[in-house]
Design a protein. Structure first.
Lengths: 740, 120
């Protein structure tokens, strides 16, 4: 640690509880020492300027008085309280075991039936004052968001041991001292965080139970430590799961060794609490041997999906009943779980994002004894207090929630959603009782660069209770928001060219009508222009804001963009992968002169590459566009610039329905069919319209297995066929589409 | 010079980030190993490098004659190249890392040991 201020506040490991009075005395002594240092330095300066060479007489420092035990409760621990829609989890760390003299907290937003993580704060430098009746903590907070009232003040009434613990009142203030929000938080636990811990073992492995740290020389007091009590010392409560399994690997033969991917698979199968979401649940597997060999003592193997959910220890290297092996087992188990909490090795701290200083001399669980620079393994073990170092404790107790929580930010990464203003906008809710499900899908998983990618959005209620929902779940209406992570890891919000402000249509989802479907062309976004502009895997996620305020998050949909495979693909890709062309597809066509170049490119594609599967998207857009008049207003009068061309619309949309490659999603195909039925009716071709309806039913029957959905599509097409109100039919099609 | 057959264990540890690594080993002047591994990245969870297929960068060279060993390492993706000479008489373990993240201090670091390097 190079920061002298951190050095000053460093607290030596002790198994004694620190009272508020101890901490106040420590604070006074530090203040006195720092004042004394200033005086001494001023004296040195004065001495130099006067060239006086008389020896300095050391000023005796006041002896630290012995703490007088008082029958007060300590106040450190976790407090939880609500204020308005927010729930605050407040961590106070000013007394008790190894106090860091910090406070921190996480905020959650109760929204309908969901509880969503909002952000975290920490007060690193606090001022502590106490009277016989009250403790006050003050300081400036650091936040994961731009806080309007960043100053923090916490007051806690002092209570005696025989009284219940008092609540903590958390109040925020602006920098000019104006009061902000206040939360009254009830005492919940002496620990700062709670983690569910499940440990499985391979058949034949006798897993570690506990170690007496006094069995061999060490740098700390003698005590018996298990994995759970080691973390309890760090302020983390481990609740041991009773769902421990014994995993029989005998089928793999006597030389069975685990690979990282096998460990991940076995975790998903055996970790009863596993889910691919951030949660305070962790799995440890006591196994025999990794494929690397006996020199691998343990590994945090989970670097797929939501990371850091599981780790393994290998008893071919650490197993045994001797004291040094028991010591090694304690150290290895705690070390691997440290990685699950996103702690890096002591000499690799600079590789974190954001980085901190490497600490190769740290006497921590996260260092390697054999890399310890002051005497190697013997030097390490003789001085190791069986603890995390102070900055690691800060991370474990007070780190911003997503940097610490199991399955939170990727290993070694502080924050991933940097490009979205609200980093939690697309995080899964901590609690989801909405009963709704949002599902994204595309007709295919892999697309050539330049392809028109249309995504289906399904909002469903699989429960038995009717739930009112906003029927307009196309993202252009704003009730569904979409985020895209590109192959480089950049995340941004997808935005339509125009956001529609509408009076939402309310419908009910339940057993009779379980789902709503929408379709959206994703290739254009207002901020990025061309969305899929490089090869690689894109991940798409959406959030639906429900009527009760719940935020329903979708699955994460991967879309793989591949390079063009031949010269035709290359040409088609060039003709489509341009801001004007993707904007035209997004708008379902336009006659504006702004898009002249884009329209020329689409004309060329239809002329020269009509057989290419990507021509279908253009046919669809042009077919819909040709069916409507292009109007403008001149001198206050509406003038038709281009008349609708039903024949062209029929020709293009007929081709769309005959396409075999499933380039379009089902909703777009149904729209194409309905428009085609309408255009044929307008041409007086009732027989042809009926034939299109039958053709559509045949195509849809191949794509859709749910008879209720198929029936509703047929119903809509029949209405189109029979309707005399052309405007109504047209608007029902265009309601799905962006149009000018 | 004693004519014993011994082994040399080479592993890539810290500092690799999608690098191409070329390792050549000479034993008493004769080239006995030539390996190119692409897309090598350190797995920070165990301080051991692996390639994009998940294959860890551990190389076990047997049939080494006692005498001089020279290990030449070239990392073109970082414009680094260096060599390390030593006398081998018994089973030897050699760790290769990239020290320091940023130029101009970035360099290839060799650590030789008679004991295996544990990882966790």
């Amino acid at each position: 640690v190079t920061d002298p201020t951190i050095k000053q506040v460093e607290v030596q490991f002790t198994d004694q509880e620190q009272t508020i009075e101890d901490m106040l005395m420590l604070q006074d002594i530090e203040l006195e020492e720092s004042t004394q240092n200033v005086i001494e330095k001023m004296g040195e300066t004065a001495s130099l300027s006067k060239e006086v060479t008389s020896p300095e007489v050391p000023i005796p420092k006041p002896p630290r008085p012995l703490p007088i035990p008082l029958p007060y409760h300590t106040v450190s621990g976790l407090y939880v309280g609500r204020g308005g829609v927010f729930e605050c989890h407040l961590r106070i760390d000013v007394d008790s075991r190894n106090p860091l003299r910090k406070v921190s907290g996480d905020f959650y937003q109760a929204s309908g039936s969901t509880l969503i993580y909002v952000g975290s704060f920490i007060v690193d430098s606090i001022t502590l004052t106490a009277t016989n009746t009250e403790i006050r903590i003050e300081g400036m907070g650091t936040y994961t968001w731009s806080a309007g009232a960043p100053k923090v003040q916490i007051t806690i009434r002092r209570t005696f041991l025989f009284q219940p613990r008092a609540a903590a009142t958390l109040q925020f203030f602006t920098t000019s001292g104006q009061p902000g929000a206040t939360y009254v938080c009830q005492f919940t636990s002496i620990y700062f965080r709670k983690v569910d811990f499940e440990e499985d073992r391979e058949t034949g492995v006798t897993p570690f139970v506990s170690y007496n740290t006094g069995s061999l020389p060490s740098g700390g007091p003698s005590r018996i430590l298990s994995v759970a009590s080691a973390y309890a010392e760090a302020g983390i409560e481990f609740r041991i799961s009773t769902a421990a399994n014994e995993i029989d690997n005998s089928g793999a033969g006597p030389d069975a060794k685990w690979s990282d991917s096998e460990l991940h698979a076995i975790m998903q199968k055996n970790f009863s609490l596993w889910a691919d979401i951030p949660q305070w649940k962790v799995w440890q597997f006591a196994a025999f041997q990794h494929e690397i060999g006996p020199t691998l003592y343990g590994i945090m193997f989970d670097q797929l999906g939501k990371q850091r959910q599981g780790c393994a220890t290998f008893y071919i290297g650490i197993g045994g009943s001797t004291t040094d092996k028991q010591r090694l087992q304690l150290y290895t188990h705690v070390h691997e779980l440290g990685h699950c909490f996103n702690l890096l090795h002591s000499w690799q701290k600079s590789l974190a994002t954001p980085p901190s200083a490497d600490r190769p001399k740290s006497l921590s669980y996260m260092n390697y004894p054999w890399r310890y620079p002051d005497g190697g393994p013997a030097g390490f073990w003789n001085n190791f207090p069986f603890a995390f170092d102070e900055l690691e404790l800060r991370h474990l107790r007070h780190g911003f929630r997503d940097n610490v929580i199991i399955g939170g930010n990727d290993f070694a990464i502080g924050s991933a959603l940097t490009a979205i203003d609200d980093p939690q906008a697309f995080a899964p809710p901590v609690v989801d009782g909405s009963g709704l499900e949002l599902t994204l899908r595309t007709p295919k998983e892999t697309y050539m660069l330049g392809s028109g990618i249309v995504m289906e959005i399904k909002l469903s209620n699989n429960g038995s209770k009717n739930t009112p929902v906003v029927a307009d779940c196309n993202p252009r209406f704003g009730f569904v928001q979409v985020a895209i992570r590109d192959p480089a890891g950049n995340i941004y919000r997808w935005e339509p060219m125009m956001q529609y402000c509408i009076q939402p249509t309310i419908t009910t989802l339940g057993p009779k009508k379980p789902a709503l479907y929408e379709s959206v062309y994703l290739g254009f976004s207002k901020l990025q222009g061309v969305v899929f502009n490089r090869t690689g895997t894109y991940n798409i996620c959406a959030v639906y804001s429900a009527m009760d305020g719940s935020r329903v998050r979708s699955n994460i949909l991967p879309v793989v963009i591949t390079p063009p495979m031949n010269s035709t693909d290359q040409k088609v890709s060039q003709l489509l992968n341009h801001p004007q062309q993707v904007a035209l597809l997004h708008l379902t066509g336009s006659d504006s002169p702004v898009f002249d170049e884009g329209n020329k490119a689409l004309d060329e594609l239809l002329r020269d590459h009509r057989d290419h599967e990507q021509a279908t998207v253009v046919e669809f857009v042009r077919g819909i566009h040709a069916a409507r008049n292009n109007k403008t207003i001149e001198d206050g009068r509406v003038t038709v610039l281009r008349k609708a061309d039903p024949r062209q619309s029929i020709e293009l949309l007929s081709s769309v329905l005959e396409e075999k490659n499933q380039t379009l999603d089902n909703i777009s195909l149904a729209d194409a069919a309905n428009m085609l039925i309408l255009q044929k009716k307008l041409q007086g071709d009732q027989k042809g319209a009926k034939s299109t309806l039958n053709q559509m039913v045949e195509v849809m029957s191949n794509n859709i297995k749910n008879p209720e959905i198929l029936e509703s599509i047929k119903y809509r097409a029949n209405r189109t066929l029979e309707s005399q109100d052309i405007r109504q039919v047209t608007s029902s099609i265009y309601r799905h589409r962006i149009h000018r | 010079m004693e004519d014993r057959v011994i082994s040399l264990h080479i592993e890539l540890q810290d500092g690799f980030e999608d690098d191409t690594v070329v390792i050549k080993v000479y034993n008493n002047g004769n080239q006995i190993f030539d390996k190119t591994q692409a897309h090598v990245t350190t797995n920070l969870a165990i301080s051991l490098a692996r390639d994009s297929t998940g294959q860890y960068s551990i190389f076990q060279l047997t049939k080494i004659q006692s005498g001089e060993v020279e290990v030449k390492v070239n990392i073109p993706s970082k414009h680094l190249a260096d060599g390390y000479k030593f006398i081998i008489n018994s089973r030897t373990y050699l760790a290769i890392s990239i020290a320091e993240r940023e130029p101009p201090n970035k360099k290839i670091m060799f650590v030789k040991s008679n004991e295996p390097f544990p990882h966790l």
